[in-house]
Ligand binder design. Structure first.
Ligand code: PMP
Length: 347
């Protein structure tokens, strides 16, 4: 009954979504709910008997004002996963040159490549999980680059000069910069989308914006890139974003101050948690995200993850080369992290 592709492909496995009775630190969601203005907008969403705006005009207008970008240079999708998936078909050719990305990065990148028969290869990050920009300067047999910045699950950020060096050296291909965690880091490449017409910056409402439940992502890029995405979206699903999600996201954009407040709280908790974890003898990387990538020398990460689950705390473990003794721990509230630290001490 299934196509060859459906039979053979190894799908992306998302974090376990158990929503009640657990401290949920396994999917990098925001522990704080969105502001009252957002909830009010959801209640007031109207005209649900009519299809929504295909390109989510209200949301693009609001985002354009917030980031000082022409709304025509903004694309909206049903979560940044959808934006990324559409970007693969829009910018990369099947069975031709490779696309490249680091060996330790978002594990969905190889899945879209497999889905669309796009050849890919990975470039190893250094021993300390940092990306070496020089590895991306003379790429042969390559049609595109994807970099999550800050990277996941490492939580590390590549410096802006290094990023621009990579972009300058690769003017003949599309470079996708996945900024899912950018609000917890030091800088964005948004301005580089105005300078370089081959750079697509992809963002999400799922992390800093406290809106993983509505599925909304967006991208900034040149007219050529954004028009290409619009065309492919219209070949797939003309109405990516529903009216309720558009109302919620638009209200969130108009109430950006409250987003910044929650981001500041998370950064404070993150840095406090990293310090405490290191005092317990853990290795914890310098996070520029809303999660911490950490390992306890001499202990087995998977067993710790399973023990924490017994104590009703969910964290993420990846059974992948190079990182199978690390845990990716989302930063929750101070209280949640204190509870986690207590459990870790017991273990
Ligand atoms: N990019 C990265 C690096 C991520 O970690 C995630 C979250 N799993 C996404 C994109 C997708 O986020 P969403 O589809 O919720 O916008």
């Amino acid at each position: 009954m299934l196509s060859k592709k459906a039979r053979q492909i190894k799908e992306y496995v998302a974090g376990e979504q158990i929503n009640f009775g657990y401290i949920k630190l396994n999917s990098n969601e925001n522990p704080y709910p969105p502001s009252k203005a957002v909830l009010k907008a959801v209640k007031k969403a109207q005209r649900l008997n009519y299809y929504p705006s295909p390109k989510s005009d209200e949301l693009r207008k609001a985002l354009g004002q917030l980031y000082d970008i022409n709304p025509d240079n903004i694309f909206i999708g049903n979560g940044s996963d959808e934006v990324l998936g559409l970007a693969y078909i829009t910018f990369f050719n099947p069975k031709e040159k490779d696309i490249v990305f680091p060996d330790v990065t978002y594990s969905f990148y190889p899945v879209w490549a497999e889905l669309y028969d796009i050849n890919y290869r990975t470039i190893p990050v250094r021993e300390d999980f940092t990306i070496n920009a020089d590895d991306y300067l003379n790429l042969e047999n390559c049609q595109g680059i994807i970099l999550a910045n800050p990277n996941a699950p490492t939580s590390l950020e590549l410096g802006k000069q290094d990023m621009e060096k990579i972009i300058q050296a690769n003017q003949d291909k599309v470079i996708i910069i996945d900024e899912a965690y950018v609000d917890f880091g030091d800088y964005s490449c948004l301005d580089l989308t105005k300078k370089y017409n081959n750079v697509l910056v992809v963002r999400t409402f799922s992390k800093s914006w406290s809106l993983a439940g509505i599925r909304c992502g967006f991208a900034f890029g040149s007219l050529e890139l954004i028009n290409g995405l619009n065309k492919i979206r219209d070949c797939f699903n003309s109405y990516s974003l529903d009216r309720v999600a558009e109302a919620a996201a638009t209200a969130a954009v108009k109430d950006y101050k409250s987003v910044l407040k929650r981001v500041a709280k998370i950064i404070y908790t993150r840095d406090r948690f990293i310090k405490a974890l290191r005092e317990l003898g853990w290795i914890a990387l310098e996070s520029k995200t809303n999660f911490v990538f950490a390992s306890k020398p001499g202990a087995d990460a998977k067993s710790i993850m399973l023990k924490l689950k017994e104590s009703k705390i969910l964290v993420r473990h990846f059974n992948l080369p190079r990182i199978n003794n690390y845990l990716r721990i989302t930063v929750g509230t101070n209280e949640q992290m204190d509870k986690l630290l207590k459990e870790l001490q017991k273990i």
